[in-house]
Design a protein. Structure first.
Length: 327
């Protein structure tokens, strides 16, 4: 792969050599698309535990993209000269991280350390994708970055919640100790093409059930709330954050909030099927409220989401429909 150095400028723009973990994941693959579209070169790493080669198949012949199957929790050779290191690797859906708790903790701890070491060696920028789950089941609503959270450190979800909190702490330790240029994104619910239908998250689950004309599964009484950000908006926020001088955590998500029951009804209307719900007990430590305060992102990054829920869901449905196998 041709490497373009950071200090080389074409038409007044800078082009970077970037290392991206989780490159074959849902958000990771979209971010790779954006980085390449901006003219940068990308070495993408993924162990394909929850990611898919299908998500990056269209990049296989791209002259500035290289893929390497690699578990970043293990020692690996990253002898290239990188201007930026973006760490997105991690199981992200409850189904995945509850089934892979040790691997989830390892990628947040050892994986984050390994990626930070690459950034330190190269004196590169470093971006960590953290999560709104760092706030746990919040007592503050909406959640702002100054809120420390309400997390069960030994609960079923702690492998993800506490893993990401540790990753944030480690990232800040490298910033303070070594002067590393770090950024931390706390990502709220994101959806769009390349999500897995069976990953257990609410958007693909509801769409899968609605398109099959099955009852949608609502946990609890459906009054718990979420907000949903389309993936292109999220990628825009991540890209701006990566290039910014903001070193402390920043929320990225859509502040438009709705209850899970309202969302289920909306999905059914959009797919043209009658609403019918199957209610099940609320999972342990499931947050009752989830809505980002994005004042900091607006001020620091000039960012806010623009894709409407209807437009985003229609694009997601267009992606899912031909990939479904109806029985």
């Amino acid at each position: 792969m041709t490497r373009i150095r950071y200090n080389e400028s074409f038409s007044g723009r800078f082009y970077l050599n970037l290392l991206v973990s989780g490159a074959a994941g849902f958000i990771g693959s979209h971010l790779c698309d954006r980085l390449l579209a901006e003219g940068h070169s990308v070495l993408g790493l993924d162990n394909l535990l929850t990611g898919s080669r299908d998500n990056i198949a269209h990049l296989e012949r791209h002259s500035r993209f290289e893929f390497r199957r690699q578990d970043v929790s293990k020692s690996f050779d990253a002898s290239g000269d990188f201007d930026g290191v973006l760490h997105l690797a991690s199981p992200a859906s409850p189904k995945d991280y509850l089934g892979l708790p040790v691997e989830t903790l390892e990628v947040s701890s050892c994986g984050t350390r390994n990626m930070l070491e690459v950034a330190r060696r190269c004196n590169a920028r470093f971006l960590l994708t953290s999560t709104s789950e760092a706030y746990g089941d919040p007592a503050e609503h909406p959640q702002s970055e100054s809120y420390w959270g309400n997390v069960n450190p030994v609960g079923l979800r702690s492998c993800y919640d506490e893993g990401k909190r540790f990753a944030e702490a480690l990232t800040m330790a490298y910033h303070r100790t070594f002067g590393l240029r770090t950024s931390i994104a706390r990502i709220f619910n994101t959806y769009g093409p390349r999500m897995k239908l069976k990953d257990g998250r609410v958007v693909p689950t509801f769409l899968d059930q609605a398109l099959r004309r099955q009852p949608v599964t609502v946990f609890g009484d459906g009054t718990q709330t979420r907000s949903f950000c389309y993936v292109s908006d999220m990628v825009e926020g991540l890209y701006r954050l990566f290039l910014s001088e903001e070193r402390y955590p920043i929320n990225l998500g859509n502040p438009v909030e709705m209850s899970i029951r309202e969302f289920a009804e909306y999905i059914c209307r959009l797919t043209g099927v009658p609403f019918k719900a199957e209610y099940k007990p609320l999972p342990a430590d499931d947050p009752k409220k989830r809505r980002p305060n994005i004042s900091k992102a607006r001020k620091s990054l000039g960012w806010e989401p623009h894709v409407s829920l209807e437009d985003g869901l229609r694009k997601t449905i267009e992606y899912f429909r031909p990939r479904m196998t109806f029985i």
